[in-house]
Design a protein around this ligand. Structure first.
Ligand SMILES: Cc1cc2nc3c(=O)[nH]c(=O)nc-3n(C[C@H](O)[C@H](O)[C@H](O)COP(=O)(O)OP(=O)(O)OC[C@H]3O[C@@H](n4cnc5c(N)ncnc54)[C@H](O)[C@@H]3O)c2cc1C
Length: 345
């Protein structure tokens, strides 16, 4: 008998659930408030450039399965960023290497390709621009979802919540289910901390020659937390141009989250010009930004708490369940949840 599963969030964790359930009697329907899929592993196009303004790349680390998966999804357009990541400190001193060499994968068409390819092979139904507002557990044990237009979806045999923990906590607060497992799950999800990052993009009509792809501040003491050169990704920036992706430190980002882009970008460009010791960088020819209110998890949820409502069909998945803000870990977490739904784990 076909079972129907709803997944709130079509980021990499959400498509991971769908991937686990492909070619099985479990039918997965994904809902996302955004106009596309892939969540924080995001890509945008502007002025002839393509840029990943959330996650920068997929880094397999020790996990060989990631390389295998990427090969299965198709190597056309798969691109390794060859130049290394260096570091900078609170004083702006730049130093070579941070000891994590190895492939840094993205796609010529942008990092969203990962989720798009997974979703395509999973064949799951996706409803975009559908923000789920509340959830109800019906008397017969099934689940229904209601979106912000008041439309009801379901019934479903199970529901998986994958938004960042604070947004999942809001959904749990709006869940109609008189059961102590809901309270336990809600308290545990609500306790997961997320940090904020405002990403500012600075474009220049000239090339920037540097021996590194990116700089990261491992001490988190400089207002610039991360700075990378999008032109190091094949197919993203036309020759002779430079596009800097600047992820500001959490304190800076919270303080200036709502500051208009033009004035925030002026400040960022000054900081970048100073850090890279290049006065030309104070004057980008166009800028863009993205505020990530819930960018990366600073803590995670206890595994037993995360699973406490699973026998009633209520699941959570995502990077904050996996324990670290990484594309491949969020995907793997979603896939593992999917396997548990199938009863394969
Ligand atoms: C600035 C930045 C840089 C990063 N750099 C890297 C990196 O270089 N490498 C790396 O591996 N990882 C990086 N990460 C982390 C990586 O992006 C995340 O760990 C991963 O994408 C999380 O996937 P997810 O599916 O768990 O969550 P998400 O991608 O957040 O997906 C959740 C989805 O839920 C949707 N949603 C939320 N609420 C609702 C609702 N009520 N109804 C419907 N839909 C809803 C959202 O629109 C979203 O699409 C970075 C993240 C950020 C923000």
């Amino acid at each position: 008998m076909t079972r129907h599963i709803a997944v709130v969030g079509a980021g990499v964790a959400g498509v991971g659930v769908a991937d686990a359930c492909r070619d099985t009697p479990v039918e997965v329907t994904l809902y996302d408030k955004a106009s596309g899929i892939s969540g924080r592993a995001a890509t945008r196009r502007k002025h002839g450039c393509r840029y990943d303004h959330g996650a920068n790349y997929i880094k397999p680390g020790e996990d060989a399965w990631v390389d295998d998966l990427l090969a299965e999804l198709g190597s056309d357009g798969l691109a390794d960023i060859e130049l290394p990541v260096w570091t900078h400190d609170a004083d702006g001193t730049i130093a070579e290497g941070r000891g994590d060499e190895g492939p840094k994968w993205t796609y010529t068409e942008g990092i969203t390709q990962f989720a798009k390819r997974v979703r395509k092979r999973a064949g799951a139904t996706v409803h975009t621009e559908t923000r789920i507002e509340s959830i109800a557990h019906e008397d017969d044990g099934e689940w229904t979802l209601t979106d912000t237009d008041g439309e009801s979806h379901g019934p479903f045999d199970a529901v998986v919540l994958t938004p960042p923990a604070p947004q999942t906590a809001d959904l749990l607060a709006a869940t109609d289910w008189d059961d102590e497992r809901l309270d336990r799950l809600h308290v545990a999800v609500d306790a997961v901390a997320f940090r904020t990052i405002r990403t500012v993009l600075l474009h220049y009509p000239f090339e920037l020659e540097r021996p590194w792809y990116a700089l990261v501040d491992p001490d988190r003491a400089h207002p610039v937390g991360w700075l990378s050169r999008e032109e190091c990704k094949p197919g993203h920036v036309p020759d002779g141009q430079s596009l800097l992706v600047v992820q500001m430190a959490p304190d800076w980002s919270v303080e200036r989250y709502d500051e208009p882009l033009d004035s925030a970008a002026d400040v960022v460009a000054e900081l970048v010009a100073d850090l890279l010791d290049d006065a030309r960088l104070t004057d980008p020819d166009w800028v863009d930004d993205q505020g990530w209110r819930y960018a990366l998890p600073d803590s995670s949820i206890d595994a037993a708490d995360a699973r406490c409502a699973e026998d009633a069909g209520l699941f959570v998945a995502g990077d904050w369940v996996a324990g670290e803000g990484r594309v491949h870990l969020a995907f793997e977490n979603g896939r593992t949840v999917g396997e548990r739904i199938l009863g394969h784990e």
